[in-house]
Write a protein that binds this ligand. Sequence first.
Ligand code: ATP
Length: 242
Amino acid sequence: MSAPMLTVDGLRASYGAAQILYDIGLDVGRGEVVALMGRNGAGKTTTMKAVMGLMAQSAGRVVFDGHDISRRQPYEIARLGLGFVPEDRRIFSDLTVLENLDIGRQAPRKFSDGIDAPVWTEQKLLALFPNLGEMPNRPGGRMSGGEQQMLTVARTLMGNPLLILLDEPSEGVAPVIVEMMANTILELKKAGVSILLSEQNVHFAELVSDRAYVLEKGQIRWNGTMTELAGNVDIQRAYLTV
Ligand code: ATP
């Protein structure tokens, strides 16, 4: 693995009295695509929320591009270049594709070692997502779920993130969109964006990921290369949707 972009160590999180995450440890290298895998309720979304500073009760250490973000507010974490694409999309339904993109705009940024991070413009993003390119003036509320999913990813990229957390990009969208999403992730990787994605399905993860962590009941049960996981039927049967 290259220099770590994101390191999570001993992460715990609770909703009220209910502890959900138990000592999660993981890392994502620069330019890596890492899958956080597990069934419904395993704790994937909670892990992402805790990394983003969105869980009221959490403990442990999270380091992003050399910054300790463990006690930072979500807006401060976002400003450092950590992008989050939530499962529930949250586009502005009265605003057009271009207006939604404009809302995500942030200044270009550098990695902590001074190297320029990938810079995204509307033009580049409409080329990266050709179906958005065909509807720049359509209101978000009149798009399909898959198109909205792509718009959410594109809007996050307008912030020129160093790393994005992508919560279940293949969930509930048509197969053709799933394929486009996989291609997009590979393009982002080529451009130098690091990605931590959550996923239940090994087939999608296998298309895009370098490594995987497998979660069950808020604990990491296995980690290794995606190739190893794809060949490990026992782990898949025990913890994943096959
Ligand atoms: P999914 O694919 O369903 O999103 P997940 O792996 O992302 O699954 P989480 O959403 O992180 O799982 O949920 C982990 C656990 O936390 C589950 O047991 C869930 O019931 C619980 N949980 C999630 N949100 C809340 C909440 N707001 N209040 C209390 N418990 C919650």
